[in-house]
Design a protein around this ligand. Structure first.
Ligand SMILES: NC(=O)C1=CN([C@@H]2O[C@H](COP(=O)(O)OP(=O)(O)OC[C@H]3O[C@@H](n4cnc5c(N)ncnc54)[C@H](OP(=O)(O)O)[C@@H]3O)[C@@H](O)[C@H]2O)C=CC1
Ligand SMILES: O=C(O)CCCC(=O)O
Length: 482
């Protein structure tokens, strides 16, 4: 039996039956980061095929937007139910191509499905208003309409949730959508799209297109038919897409890199802070844009926090995510590992001390030991850059005002966390931190009901909640004279 036969996502029903175009000469191999084995193939679509997919999305749009909202929502709700029914199968595909532990994959499938459930509520959509008239012979009406054909480019770290968070509000609003998943994780995308088909979502309303990211990004952003582009990924690519979308004045949602500070104040409940720190730092082996990046610990609680935190980190178990007792799966690829190694080497060179970890798992190509770096400071890359790996730099502080000033200098502004039991301090820090989302005494902030997004170079727009659907609606004003 060869490696492909062992895992067989190519043969999983959800993928095998899918409508994703396969009439292409070349294909892209997808591997399992835990083994390096090839587990499936997806088509490497040509520019002409991508353009045809855009045309189909346009044709489908003029029908889908006229489907009554309640009917669109019924189909979404059926899609949500199917995702629940297939949770185990989807989680298996996700772990196979992404590497995260199965328990996290199940959690991600539930989280992904919750966005579809959320946007399956017709009452969420603002249907417009009638404004106070200036003359009895006139009416002034405001209505909302779907933006049109939309496109999404999604990353490998959350291969399910980053798709449904964009697609569900788009489809609820009456838009159609093309999704280009990351090269590393297209199989989950295809499996989810297959369930959308089974739920009765018509052809062309949701299309998965696989192939070269740069080429597809250029086609999407330069297409006059695509009226909106939603991207989650690196700030570098976000900038490129923003520039190339300028020619078509496209609506953009950008959810880009973060560098979330995790502050433990002198008034914190340290036990709770340690639990929150573990959850926040090591989710998906640190490969999450809202993961805590560096930890800032007040000198009064520094010894207690670091001792307890290091003890917990030492208990995290590495291994293949398919093993139910594993906490930390492999990093996505060799580049990710090299980035983590360089960041740790830079910190050590500048005076950081490795309290635990600090190297690859013996003989492994994709795992890095959960690492704690003491004596970290703002001269180091680990504090200034998004690490995207299981490395926790710890900075000691004693002056809150100076710390807040230092954080204000950062160009990123996605999330921040702090632990404090003092109400005045909670209010002060919540207002002072220049980010889009804050966890107070909580290391987990994500939920389908909340507006997810950042400020500064962390992006534009919000996904989720009531705000998420507004990204897919246009406002039209109609003046009526009688
Ligand atoms: N905000 C977040 O959630 C994420 C942040 N990141 C950050 O980015 C770093 C690098 O990760 P990386 O995977 O390289 O992230 P990228 O931004 O390169 O990849 C994310 C998505 O963008 C696509 N893409 C890549 N280049 C282009 C382009 N020129 N035009 C249009 N689309 C493009 C990718 O496609 P393809 O796979 O085909 O290259 C993928 O679908 C991470 O270490 C992390 O710091 C990464 C992922 C998610
Ligand atoms: O952009 C990411 O890194 C995924 C965000 C996961 C979440 O919604 O919590």
């Amino acid at each position: 039996m060869n490696n492909e036969q062992v895992l067989q996502p190519d043969n999983v029903e959800l993928i095998k039956n899918s409508r994703v175009g396969t009439s292409t000469k070349s294909s892209i191999a997808v591997d399992d980061p835990a083994t390096g084995h090839v587990i499936g193939h997806v088509p490497d679509l040509t520019p002409r095929q991508i353009l045809r997919a855009i045309e189909s999305a346009e044709t489908a749009f003029y029908k889908w937007r006229d489907v009554p909202l309640r009917e669109r929502c019924e189909k979404l709700f059926r899609w949500y139910q199917l995702m629940h029914e297939k949770e185990e199968e989807l989680a298996g595909i996700l772990t196979s191509e992404q590497g995260k532990p199965l328990s996290e994959s199940r959690g991600e499938i539930r989280y992904a499905a919750s966005y579809i459930q959320w946007y399956a509520q017709p009452s969420l959509q603002d249907q417009g208003s009638v404004l106070p008239y200036s003359s009895i012979d006139e009416s002034m009406i405001v209505i909302t309409e779907p933006v049109g054909v939309c496109a999404a480019i999604t990353p490998w770290n959350f291969p399910a949730a980053m798709i449904t968070r964009k697609v569900a509000p788009a489809l609820a609003a009456g838009c159609t959508m093309l999704v280009k998943p990351a090269l590393e994780t297209p199989l989950t995308a295809i499996a989810i799209a297959e369930l959308a088909i089974q739920a009765g979502i018509p052809e062309g309303v949701l299309s998965i297109v696989t192939g070269d990211g740069e080429a597809i990004g250029k086609i999407f952003s330069e297409s006059a038919v695509v009226r909106k582009l939603s991207f989650t990924g690196s700030t570098r690519v976000g900038r490129l897409l923003m520039a190339s979308s300028a020619s078509t004045i496209k609506r953009l949602s950008l959810e880009l890199g973060g560098n979330a500070p995790f502050i433990v104040c002198e008034t914190a409940d340290v036990e709770r802070a340690v639990q929150g720190a573990i959850q926040s730092k090591f989710r998906n082996a640190g490969q999450t844009c809202v993961c805590a990046n560096a930890f800032y610990i007040h000198t009064k609680v520094y010894d207690e926090f670091t001792e307890k935190f290091i003890a917990c980190v030492n208990q995290l178990m590495l291994g293949n995510g398919k093993n139910e007792s594993v906490d930390i799966g492999p990093l996505i690829n060799e580049n990710a590992l090299e980035k983590v190694e360089q960041i740790v080497a830079d910190a050590v060179k500048k005076g950081a001390v490795i309290a635990c970890g600090g190297e690859r798992w013996v003989n492994s190509e994709r795992w890095y030991y959960p690492t704690v770096l003491l004596n970290a400071d703002s001269s180091m890359r680990c504090v200034n850059e998004e690490i995207f790996g299981p490395v926790a730099p710890i900075v000691r502080y004693n002056d809150e005002t100076a710390l807040l000033e230092e954080l204000r200098q950062q160009q990123t502004g996605l999330a921040a966390y702090f632990y404090s039991q003092n109400l005045g301090q909670v209010n002060r820090l919540s207002r002072a931190l220049e980010v889009g989302m804050i966890g107070v005494n909580s290391g987990v902030i994500s939920d389908a009901a909340v507006p997810f997004g950042g400020v500064k170079s962390s992006g534009i727009g919000r996904e989720g909640g009531r705000h998420g659907i507004e990204e897919y609606l246009e406002t039209k004003y109609i003046k009526l004279s009688y």
